[in-house]
Design a protein. Structure first.
Lengths: 348, 612
C-alpha cells in the first residue's frame, strides 16, 4: 500500500515540471492543482471505506446534476466547440471527469446491494446498467466521445469484477455496438479520426497534424531524448503538448528510457495497488470498486499512450497525474486516495 | 483483466521501441526539417575596375518589396494603394494578391529605386502585410563603355559575356547560408551558428583597361559609325611591352545598364518575376519608337527589350574574323628580314603595277617600278609582297603566320574568342604564295592582328594579350578561394608571367617599325595618322570582302583598318581600328577611314599617359 502511494507521489512530483516548459503560468497553476489534488487525495484516503459505500449515490446524483448543467448554454463553457467545462470564477471543472469516480462507485454499490438481495433475475441484473445508460449519453452530448467510451469501459470493468453475468455483457454489446456504429456514421469527424489514424500508419505526411507532430516528437527523442526542457516540438508544433500529448514531450526530451520507464511505473503502480487490495473480500463493495478505479486509472494512462503513439484514434484523454488540467489531476489523486481508503481492512 | 492490461502494456512498449529506436532517424529528420529554415546569405558580386581602380561594374543594394497575401484583408484596396506608388496596374496587382491568398510570401516588385522605396514606405500599409528585403543589383556606372569586355550580370547573378562570364565564379563569390530554427508560427527562435556559413563575397577584378583611353577609342568608333555607317567597327589599344589591353571596344554596342534595369534579357527568378517582366515589357512598348530614326549612332540606340541584339552582343575584337589585307605585309617583311630572304637596302621591281604570277595577274593601286623594301610597305605594293612571298615559299609563309599567333586563340580572358582561319600548309598552293603576303586567304581576329603588330613593336616578342592584371587582388583571390579540390572553375586569374614567344629578331622588328611602318605614316598610305611632334608608325589595310554573289573579291565592300603605334623609337601603345564595310569608301580607304582615328587615339592616349 505504501509502495503504491510512494510511487504515485514520486511520479506525480517529477512529472509536474512538464507543463512548466510551456508556460510559467501553467506551472504555477499546476502546482496549485497538485496541492489541491494531494489534499483531496489525502482526505479521500483518510475517509473510511464505508463512507464511499454510503456516499456513492449522492456523488453520482451530484455528478448527474453537473453533467446536465454543463449542457445548459448559459452555464457550461464552450471550448473548441465542445461544452465540457463548468466555470465558477477562475475555477473550471469538467464534470465528466468526476463521473469517472462516481459511476464505478455507484455500480459497485448497486451490485453489492443486489448480492445482498440474492436476486437472480436476469432483467433485474441487466437493470444495473441504468447509471451507465444515463451518464454516457450526457457526456456524448457535450460532445466528448473519448470520455464517454472511457466511462463505459470503466463501468464495464466494475461490472465485470463485481460479478455481473457474462451473458449480460453479450446483451449489452448487442445494443451498444450498433449504437456506436451509428454514432460514427452520424458524425463524420469521428470517422475522419479513424481514417486519420490509418493514414498515420501508412503515410506520415498524410497523417493529421497532431498525430504527425506527436510521432515526430517521439522519434526525435530516440533512446535518451534531447534533454529536459530542450524539446522543440512542444514549443508550438505539437498542439496540446502539456495536456493530452504530454507523453510525447516526455518521449522527445527524455527518450525511450523515460517512456518505457513511465509505463513500468504504471505497471508497478497497478501491481502495488492490486496487492494492496488483494486481501479484501471479493464479493464485497470495496474490492470491485477499488479494482475498477485502479484499472480505470491505468487504462486511462495506457489509452493516452496509445493515442500519442497513434495506435488508437485521438480521444482527448489526458495522461493521469501527468497532464496539465485541474479536474483530471484532482480526480486522479482522488482515485488513488479512494483506492487507498478502500484497501484498508474494514469492519463493515 | 490484468492479463489484458499486461498485453496492452507490452504492445505499447513495442510501439515505443519502434518509434523511438527503430524508426527514429526518419522522424528526427522530419522534425528537424519542419523547423529548420535555410536562409541564403547572398554574396555580393565583386566589382570590376580598370587599372586605376575606376568602377566599371559594381553592385548596389536595393530594396525588394514583398507582401504576405494571407494577411491582406482587402486585396483590391491594398493593390490600389500600392499600384500608385509602384506604377503598376492596380487590377492586375489585385488579381495577383488574390491568387496568392493562401501564401505567406509574394514578391511584388524587386530592386526598387530609392524614390519608389520611399513612396512605398509613405503609404504606411499595415506593417504585418509587407516588407522590404535587401537585394543586390548589378550596375555598370560607365554605361556602354567597355560593354563588350564587361559583359552582363543578370538578376539571376550569372555572368553573361565578357569578364562577367569568364570570371563568373570569382565575381559571384559564394553565397553563405544560415540555418534558422522556426516555431510553428514561422518566427525565428534561434540561429544555429554551427551551421552558418558566411558568404564569400565576390572578388574585385582589376582590368588592364584604362577607362580614359577606352573613352577615346569609343569616341572615335562612334565618330566612324556616324560618318561611315559600317556594319561594324572595333578598336583595340595594347601595350606592346606587357601585352596588356588598354582599351577594347566594338560596335554595334549594347548598354549593360539599361538592359539590366529594364529587366532586358535576364531570365526570371520566379513566376513573380515573370509577371514583373511582363509589366516592364509593356512599359517598354509604350515608349516612343522614334529612336529608330534618331540621329544617334546605332551604338546609342536603346537595346531592344527582349534582349541584347545579337549583333550588338558580339565583340568584333575577339569573335569576328576578317582577312587582314595589307596590315599583314609588315609581318611578312619582318619575317623575310629575319630569315635574310630580303635585306633592308635592296629594291624589288614592282613591274609597273601589273605582274603575272603563274596563272594569276597581280595589280598594284599605282604602278611602281623599282621599290625599296621600305616603299613596298609604304606604298603597300602587292607585287612586291608577292615576290617576297615567292622567295620565302609557302613553308616560311606558314611559319610566319603561325609565329605571329594567327590561327589560334590568343587566350585573352574573354569568352567567345575564335581561332581565326589559317588552313593547314598542305592545302596551300601557288596561289597562296602570292595571296598570303598581302593578307589574303587567312582570316584573323582584330585582337590577333593587334597582338602580332604589338610583337613587332615590342621588339619581336609575341606576348599573349591580357585583360586582367595579374595583380594583388588576383593573388589574394587565389588564396581566399580554396584550391583545385573545389573545382578548376574557382581558380583565380593566372597570376603567372605572361605567355611570351619569339617571332623575329629585334633588329628585323625594329627596322620594320622604325623604317617601313614609319614611312607609311610619313609619306605612304597612312598619312592621316600623322601627329605633330610624334613619330607614328602604322600600316593601312583595305581588305576586299568576298562578294557572296560572284564569289570573287567585291569592289565595293571592304574591311578598312589601320594598325599603328607611337612613338616609333620606343612604342608605348599599339592601336588597331577596324571598320567593316564603311559605306561609300573607295579603294585603299584604310588610311582615310581608320588611320585618322588611330592617330587621334594615339595622340590623346599618349598625352593622357604623359608621353612627351
Amino acid at each position: 500500500m505504501l509502495v503504491g502511494f510512494g510511487a504515485v507521489m514520486v511520479q506525480s512530483a517529477s512529472m509536474t515540471s512538464w507543463p512548466a516548459e510551456a508556460e510559467r503560468l501553467y506551472f504555477s497553476r499546476h502546482v496549485v492543482f497538485l496541492l489541491v489534488a494531494v489534499a483531496v487525495g489525502a482526505v479521500c484516503a483518510r475517509l473510511p471505506a464505508s463512507f464511499w459505500f454510503r456516499a456513492a449515490p449522492w456523488l453520482f446524483a451530484a455528478v448527474l446534476v453537473l453533467l446536465a448543467a454543463v449542457l445548459i448554454p448559459s452555464v457550461g463553457t464552450r471550448v473548441n466547440g465542445a461544452r465540457r467545462w463548468l466555470r465558477v470564477g477562475s475555477l473550471s471543472v469538467q464534470p465528466a471527469e468526476l463521473a469517472k469516480l462516481a459511476l464505478p462507485l455507484l455500480l459497485c454499490r448497486l451490485m453489492r446491494l443486489r448480492h445482498a438481495q440474492q436476486s437472480r433475475s436476469f432483467v433485474r441484473s441487466l437493470a444495473l446498467v441504468w447509471p451507465l445508460a444515463v451518464t454516457v449519453p450526457l457526456v456524448l452530448l457535450e460532445p466528448d466521445l473519448g470520455t464517454a467510451s472511457f466511462l463505459a469501459a470503466g463501468a464495464l470493468v466494475a461490472l465485470f469484477v463485481g460479478g455481473w453475468p457474462l451473458k449480460n455483457f453479450a446483451a449489452l454489446g448487442a445494443v451498444a455496438v450498433p449504437c456506436a456504429c451509428a454514432m460514427v456514421w452520424l458524425r463524420p469527424y469521428q470517422l475522419r479520426r479513424i481514417t486519420g489514424l490509418l493514414e498515420a500508419w501508412s503515410d506520415l505526411n498524410q497523417a493529421p497534424y497532431q498525430l504527425r507532430q506527436s510521432l515526430l516528437a517521439l522519434g526525435e527523442g530516440g533512446w535518451f531524448g534531447v534533454g529536459l526542457g530542450r524539446g522543440w516540438q512542444k514549443l508550438s508544433f505539437l498542439p496540446e503538448a502539456n495536456t493530452d500529448f504530454v507523453f510525447a514531450v516526455v518521449g522527445e526530451e527524455l527518450g525511450l528510457i523515460a517512456t518505457v520507464g513511465l509505463l513500468a511505473v504504471w505497471a508497478g503502480l497497478y501491481a502495488a495497488g492490486l496487492r494492496a487490495i488483494s486481501h479484501l473480500p471479493r464479493g464485497g463493495f470495496a474490492y470491485p470498486a477499488a479494482f475498477a478505479l485502479l484499472t480505470q486509472l491505468v487504462l486511462q494512462a495506457a489509452t493516452n499512450v496509445a493515442v500519442v503513439t497513434a495506435l488508437v484514434p485521438p480521444t482527448g484523454i489526458p495522461h493521469p497525474l501527468l497532464s496539465y488540467g485541474g479536474t483530471n489531476l484532482v480526480v486522479s489523486m482522488a482515485t488513488v486516495g479512494i483506492v487507498l481508503s478502500l484497501s484498508r481492512p474494514t469492519d463493515s | 483483466m490484468v492479463l489484458v492490461l499486461a498485453v496492452a502494456g507490452l504492445v505499447l512498449v513495442a510501439r515505443l521501441v519502434q518509434l523511438q529506436a527503430i524508426e527514429r532517424e526518419r522522424f528526427a529528420r522530419q522534425a528537424n526539417r519542419q523547423r529548420s529554415d535555410i536562409e541564403t546569405l547572398p554574396a555580393r558580386p565583386g566589382d570590376i575596375v580598370d587599372r586605376r581602380g575606376r568602377l566599371l561594374a559594381t553592385t548596389i543594394t536595393r530594396q525588394s518589396l514583398y507582401v504576405d497575401p494571407s494577411r491582406i484583408d482587402d486585396p483590391a484596396a491594398f493593390a490600389a494603394k500600392l499600384a500608385g506608388a509602384l506604377d503598376l496596374d492596380a487590377t492586375e496587382l489585385a488579381e495577383r494578391l488574390s491568387a496568392a491568398r493562401s501564401r505567406r510570401f509574394l514578391w511584388v516588385r524587386r530592386r526598387l529605386d530609392d524614390d519608389t522605396t520611399d513612396a512605398v514606405r509613405a503609404l504606411e500599409l499595415p506593417s504585418d502585410t509587407w516588407g522590404f528585403r535587401e537585394e543586390y543589383l548589378r550596375r555598370y556606372p560607365q554605361g556602354v563603355l567597355a560593354a563588350h569586355v564587361l559583359g552582363l550580370r543578370g538578376i539571376d547573378n550569372r555572368g553573361r559575356g565578357g569578364i562577367e562570364q569568364r570570371f563568373d565564379d570569382l565575381l559571384r563569390g559564394r553565397d553563405g547560408r544560415r540555418v534558422l530554427i522556426r516555431d510553428a508560427r514561422g518566427r525565428a527562435v534561434e540561429v544555429r551558428d554551427e551551421a552558418t556559413t558566411a558568404p564569400l563575397q565576390g572578388r574585385t577584378i582589376v582590368l588592364s583597361l584604362d577607362l580614359v583611353v577606352q573613352l577615346f577609342v569609343e569616341e572615335q568608333l562612334d565618330a566612324i559609325v556616324a560618318e561611315w555607317q559600317p556594319i561594324g567597327a572595333c578598336g583595340i589599344v595594347m601595350e606592346p611591352s606587357t601585352g596588356r589591353i588598354v582599351a577594347m571596344a566594338s560596335r554595334p554596342v549594347f548598354n549593360p545598364d539599361p538592359a539590366l534595369a529594364e529587366g532586358g534579357r535576364q531570365t526570371a527568378e520566379g513566376s513573380e518575376q515573370e509577371t514583373e517582366r511582363g509589366e516592364r515589357r509593356q512599359a517598354e512598348r509604350g515608349r516612343p519608337e522614334a529612336d529608330t530614326d534618331s540621329p544617334l549612332p546605332t551604338a546609342y540606340r536603346r537595346p531592344p527589350t527582349v534582349g541584347v541584339e545579337s549583333a550588338a552582343w558580339k565583340n568584333l575584337a575577339t569573335a569576328a574574323v576578317y582577312e587582314p589585307g595589307s596590315t599583314f605585309k609588315p609581318l611578312i617583311v619582318a619575317w623575310a628580314l629575319d630569315r635574310e630572304t630580303v635585306s633592308p637596302d635592296e629594291t624589288i621591281d614592282c613591274e609597273s603595277g601589273a605582274w603575272r604570277m603563274g596563272r594569276r595577274l597581280l595589280h598594284d593601286h599605282h604602278s611602281y617600278g623599282e621599290l625599296s623594301l621600305t616603299d613596298i610597305i609604304a606604298r603597300s605594293s602587292n607585287i612586291g609582297m608577292a615576290k617576297i612571298g615567292q622567295r620565302l615559299t609557302n613553308t616560311e609563309l606558314y611559319r610566319a603566320t603561325m609565329a605571329f599567333g594567327f590561327g589560334r586563340r590568343t587566350g585573352i580572358e574573354l569568352p567567345g574568342e575564335v581561332d581565326g582561319l589559317v588552313r593547314p600548309l598542305s592545302q596551300w598552293n601557288s596561289y597562296s604564295t602570292g595571296s598570303v603576303p598581302m593578307g589574303q586567304e587567312i582570316a584573323v581576329t582584330p585582337l590577333q592582328l593587334v597582338a602580332a603588330h604589338a610583337a613587332l613593336a615590342g621588339g619581336g616578342r609575341w606576348i599573349a594579350p591580357r585583360l586582367v592584371l595579374a595583380d594583388v587582388d588576383a593573388v589574394e583571390a587565389a588564396v581566399s578561394f580554396p584550391g583545385p579540390a573545389e573545382g578548376p572553375h574557382m581558380r583565380a586569374p593566372d597570376a603567372a608571367a605572361p605567355l611570351v614567344s619569339p617571332t623575329v629578331s629585334a633588329e628585323a622588328a625594329r627596322w620594320v617599325v622604325e623604317e617601313a611602318m614609319t614611312a607609311v605614316v610619313e609619306r605612304g598610305t597612312g598619312k592621316p595618322a600623322q601627329l605633330p611632334g610624334r613619330r607614328v608608325f602604322g600600316k593601312t589595310g583595305t581588305a576586299q570582302k568576298i562578294d557572296p554573289e560572284t564569289g570573287g573579291y567585291s569592289k565595293t565592300r571592304s574591311v578598312c583598318s589601320f594598325v599603328g603605334g607611337a612613338p616609333a623609337e620606343a612604342p608605348r601603345l599599339v592601336v588597331l581600328v577596324l571598320v567593316d564595310e564603311p559605306r561609300g569608301a573607295s579603294e585603299a580607304a584604310g588610311g582615310r577611314v581608320a588611320a585618322a582615328a588611330v592617330g587621334r587615339i594615339l595622340d590623346r592616349a599618349l598625352d593622357y599617359l604623359g608621353e612627351p
